[in-house]
Design a protein around this ligand. Structure first.
Ligand code: CP
Length: 308
């Protein structure tokens, strides 16, 4: 049974397939007005970093399943962390109040630390530039739904690969599929970190590191665009300015893309996909965000043992 969800590589193919099967079921459930399988269960969401999609979709997921939510959206300021309480003590206390804890933190490894002291399931909603495993699950679910398969696809990951936690988690998951090729498109400052490249090498996954988006666009099935994460540059503003707007997907990019390809983005976007791309059927990013609800409903049902 699934318990803590802290990193993408913990998922094997059968578990991924179970999550996807259940996610499709959840989509149906939402259309029918929701469900009662989590009645009497409480989810705590503990967010130390801002969020729109992850927090709201987790909270909507719990409510759609009949459960309840306790939450703090700015834990560093509105919880007793502001008085010096540790993450570990906060988690120990929440164990007495909630059946599952969803945590977003600014430090790599924070979710792992939380899981170590928690009897109830801890779900990593993003740990600094570390991982965002539930995002990777909804990304993969989106690829499967949009293109009918993951095996054999070429996926371009574009932009801030050094700071983006979603691309790290997605690379781990793609590494579990057959004949996938990943093309990392980033400037030298923002290249994918060596631990992910080593993981892909160990698993025999084909990948390349490139700088020219125009060369990659006509050849791939999925373009996974990402935001240059200004908040991770600290006072290196000149570095940030030198990287932003290097890779923008616009109407001209659409002419280069295969008719069957899709454009994804974990969102939020700033200016790396222009708004006139949104109406193109290949723009999958809003459908991707919607899938987050179904995948997170599936995850809650699994970790709470509330499958039916
Ligand atoms: N994709 C994502 O994690 O979005 P939020 O930061 O809005 O949760």
């Amino acid at each position: 049974m699934l318990h803590h969800v802290v990193e993408a590589q913990q998922f094997d193919r059968p578990t991924l397939e179970e999550v996807f099967r259940l996610s499709t079921e959840m989509e149906q459930l939402v259309r029918q007005g929701g469900d009662t399988r989590c009645v009497g269960r409480i989810m705590a969401t503990l967010f130390y970093e801002p969020s729109t999609r992850t927090r709201f979709s987790f909270e909507a997921a719990m409510l759609r399943l009949g459960g309840q939510v306790i939450t703090t959206e700015n834990a560093g300021e509105f919880s007793s962390v502001a008085k010096g309480e540790t993450l570990e003590d906060t988690i120990r206390i929440l164990n007495g109040y909630a059946d599952v804890i969803v945590v977003r933190h600014y430090e790599v490894g924070a979710a792992q630390r939380a899981a170590k002291v928690s009897a109830v399931p801890v779900i990593n909603a993003g740990d600094g530039p570390g991982q965002h495993p539930t995002q990777a699950l909804l990304d993969l679910y989106t690829i499967q739904r949009e293109l009918g398969r993951v095996d054999g696809l070429q996926v371009a990951m574009v932009g801030d690969l050094a700071n983006g936690r979603t691309v790290r988690s997605l690379a781990y998951l793609l590494g579990k599929f057959r004949d996938v090729r990943i093309r990392f498109v980033a400037p030298p400052l923002l290249r994918m970190k060596p631990d992910i490249l080593e993981y892909l090498q160990e698993r025999g996954v084909a990948y390349s590191e490139e700088e020219l988006l125009e060369r990659v666009l006509p050849e791939v099935d999925v373009v996974y665009q990402t935001r240059i994460q200004k908040e991770r540059f600290g006072d290196r503003l000149a570095d940030y300015e030198s990287c932003r707007r290097l890779y923008v997907i616009n109407r001209a990019s659409l002419d280069l893309l295969k008719p069957s390809a899709i454009i994804m983005h974990p969102l939020p976007r700033v200016d790396e996909i222009t708004m006139d791309v949104d109406d193109d059927p290949r723009a999958a990013y809003f459908r991707q965000a919607q899938n987050g609800l179904y995948v997170r409903m599936a995850l809650l049902a699994l970790v709470l043992g509330s499958k039916q």
